[in-house]
Design a protein around this ligand. Structure first.
Ligand code: FE2
Ligand code: FE2
Length: 475
């Protein structure tokens, strides 16, 4: 069960050869996927040999293998965590019933919508990161970018497998649509806002993989609780790959900070202009990037009060983060939760039924988790003996979704007027000028062991290889 069959055209651990209809459907979809990769995947990368990990087993002790691969030959496939014997639905109105192995008819539309929404984010991020290879700060970083990209491609396969296996003709149509939408396209954009933003430079990429891939982690954790067992098993395995994406983000930002601190100490200054002249990214600019990515990412959790969230939970389709570890009744009909609203020009907490506030519950879990990395970034600054500290902005800052959209709130959490907002916007969010400066630093470094001036080398290489290993070979 745990070994993946690579003899198949589509590697899998779901006995694809025994399900001819599904195999044919997926083999029919595969050329479209490869065309999408060619058209919208990493630019000018087809002939590179990249030192990549490939999933070979779903056994946590030895699930991946490393070696040089040309990305179009990457073994994208379908891997599910092993089934848990007698698994039950563990929350909502169906709690205690056996987990579903087939789609329950009455929940079909909602389940399809959850899978399509998750599936859409996977190719979207590859599209957003398409041009970054041209400005990689090192071979090590270029390899990490490509690793994230191929695994997001595999996550698309994971969702398409569910659509093809369980949703018949509309599932196949949705799978085609997943290849047709494009991030940022005016006519046919990706479904969620943050996935239509540009990822124009490497600081954005690191912030994206730290914050937005972490949104992925929380969504996948909530889906891994699903009463629909194939979805739970598929998303569980996706989480093993997700950890590396967040590592790329956290360590990437950390290395940018480290390099800036080194130059601050060398020059004995915190003056952004002098630091910029020395070719590093000043800490206030890093803070403004953080403010942008944090606020755009927390919008992904949806409206703070949502009847859909209540339905997804009560019907057993989408749980909470670590549902099994929570001590309540897992039905939540008598529980309340606090959400924010603006009353008389101030933010106040309001108690609402918890079932309607489950997006907010997941958002708050995400916020707790993302603060951890920010304090590790601050340790780097502290170690350098410098007083600056990064902070996540208030959760009402720069929101576009839910009850807080349309109110202007400062990063510190004060409600401000439109005029105050406009006056301070460039101090709070990465400005056009900040982005232009960061873009001016981006230049390609491809000599093994060399790093761009604005980022420190990592402590260790990938898979115990040295830092100056030739992670990408150009042909
Ligand atoms: Fe993903
Ligand atoms: Fe990811």
């Amino acid at each position: 069960m745990s070994t993946i069959d690579y003899g198949d055209k589509i590697p899998n651990n779901v006995n694809l050869t025994e399900n001819r209809t599904l195999q044919r459907a997926l083999e029919h979809w595969q050329p479209g996927f490869l065309n999408w990769w060619k058209e919208a995947g990493p630019e000018n990368s087809r002939t590179h040999d990249v030192y990549l990990r490939t999933a070979i087993s779903v056994d946590p002790s030895g699930w991946a293998q490393f070696g040089y691969v040309k990305m179009p030959d990457y073994r994208w496939g379908i891997f599910l965590n092993p089934a848990e014997a007698d698994r039950k639905v563990n929350f909502g109105d169906h709690m205690g019933q056996p987990a579903w192995q087939e789609v329950p008819g009455e929940h079909r539309a909602n389940l399809r919508r959850l899978i399509v929404t998750q599936g859409d984010t996977e190719p979207a991020s590859v599209e957003q990161q398409r041009h970054l290879g041209a400005t990689a700060p090192s071979l090590y970083d270029l390899r990490n970018l490509f690793q994230v990209n191929v695994e997001e491609g595999r996550h698309l396969w994971a969702m398409v497998y569910l659509l093809h296996s369980y949703f018949g003709r509309d599932g196949r149509e949705e799978a085609e649509e997943l290849l047709a939408r494009r991030s940022g396209d005016a006519d046919n954009p990706r479904i969620l806002g943050a996935f239509n933003e540009r990822t124009p430079d490497w600081l954005s990429f690191f912030m994206f993989t730290y914050f937005t891939d972490r949104d992925g982690k929380f969504q996948l954790c909530a889906l891994a609780e699903s009463g629909f067992d194939p979805l739970a098993r598929t998303t569980r395995f996706m989480l093993t790959e997700e950890a590396h994406h967040m590592f790329v983000g956290e360590s990437g930002v950390s290395r940018v900070i480290q390099r800036t601190c080194e130059v601050m100490n060398e020059l004995g200054t915190d003056d952004p202009a002098r630091l910029r002249a020395a070719g590093v990214i000043d800490l206030p600019t890093i803070q403004r990037y953080l403010n942008f990515h944090f606020s755009v990412t927390i919008d992904l959790f949806g409206a703070d009060q949502s009847s859909n969230a209540a339905i997804f939970y009560s019907t057993g389709l989408k749980g909470r983060f670590e549902e099994g570890k929570r001590a309540d009744d897992h039905i939540l009909k008598n529980d309340t939760y606090k959400v924010l609203e603006v009353v008389g020009g101030a933010l106040v907490e309001k108690e609402v039924p918890m079932l309607n506030a489950l997006n907010e519950v997941l958002r708050d879990d995400f916020i707790k988790d993302s603060i951890g990395g920010v304090s590790r970034w601050n340790k780097v600054i502290e170690k350098a003996g410098l007083p600056f500290r990064l902070q996540v902005p208030h959760k009402a800052f720069n929101r576009r979704i839910g009850g807080l959209s349309g109110v202007r709130v400062s990063p510190a959490g004060e409600v401000v007027s439109e005029a105050q907002w406009r006056e301070n916007e460039d101090k709070w969010l990465a400005s056009a000028e900040d982005r232009e400066f960061v873009a001016s630093l981006m230049g390609r470094v491809v000599e093994p062991g060399k790093f761009a001036n604005w980022i420190a080398p990592p402590m260790i290489g990938i898979n115990r290889q040295p830092v100056d290993f030739e992670y990408v070979r150009f042909n």
